[in-house]
Design a protein around this ligand. Sequence first.
Ligand SMILES: [Zn+2]
Length: 360
Amino acid sequence: MAEPLVTRRGTLAVPTFLPDATRAGVRGASSEDLRGIGIEGVVVNAFHLLRRPGARVVQAAGGIHRFMDWSGPILSDSGGFQVWSLIRQDPNRGVIRDNEVIFREPSTGEKWNLTPERIISLQFQLGSDIVVCLDDCTDAGDPEPEQERSVERTVRWARRCREEFDRQLAERGMVDVPRIFAVVQGGAVEALRRQCAVALAEIGFDGYGFGGWPLDGDGGLLSEPMGWVAESLPSAAPKHALGIGRPDHVVKAFGLGYSIFDCALPTRDARHGRLYAFREGWSDRRPSVGDHFYRAVRIHDPEYRIDHGPIEEGCDCPLCTRHSAAYLHHLFKVGDLSAERLATLHNLRFYVRLFGLLRG
Ligand SMILES: [Zn+2]
């Protein structure tokens, strides 16, 4: 059983789900909303915050916690994944080199020069509780030479991140220190995944993430590579399944030893009117791999126009305790902004309940 995750702003019981507050806000929900439904920590994205509003603005606000009114633990993702996907979609946006990443802002032409050191010092400026190393992402389908290069860079960058992290701690004379996570690459190549995990563990970090695009071509979880990585890392080390969030994927990854999850899926789905609900008889049972424990409610479907029951009988979220499925269907139909908020709170509450069941 994984140990609780101790941070300078509180201890997170595991497994824990940290919603994505990518640009310092969980879309559609306030910090007060999140606290009300039992969310304990959030993930922000250092790279996106560097672009907007900029580190100085957050620093002048007194740090990321004050800026967004969140007193619980905040993990800041480095943005390695985001910068890689943006450049992959459009190579004119920048280039990833052995020593740095150059990113050009398409709208303004502004140029960002991202180095491992810069990304770490940025996360100190934000005041994050869990700092994440810059990594060089790949897709599991990319050829092996690319995976090899990505592992080499990722390990080299992680060493530079660790050194910068230690330098920042010494320079700032910090007592309440943040933690630092590294991210394992290697695509779907067993030897590379294991080699990367072992090399990062030798450098020594407080936790490790499973990096790269986490799904195969059919949308299935990369369970085998996730298993190799978990096996090759110290067993007690916290393991972060980056960007993994489909409820059945969570159950699978948790079984493989991962205990920290973040994903935009529940909030994005909510905004599109896709809600999660436990199937009858599953709201108080711990699900195992292969169990059909939840269903998706597509609130736009005409059947909900006259469904005056809650989305899920027994759900204690602000939506289900006060409103019917028919009311939510109506709010979406007329474009009322509260539709997205209520759906978001329901989905996040579903995750809090699911993670409670997995904790046992
Ligand atoms: Zn609900």
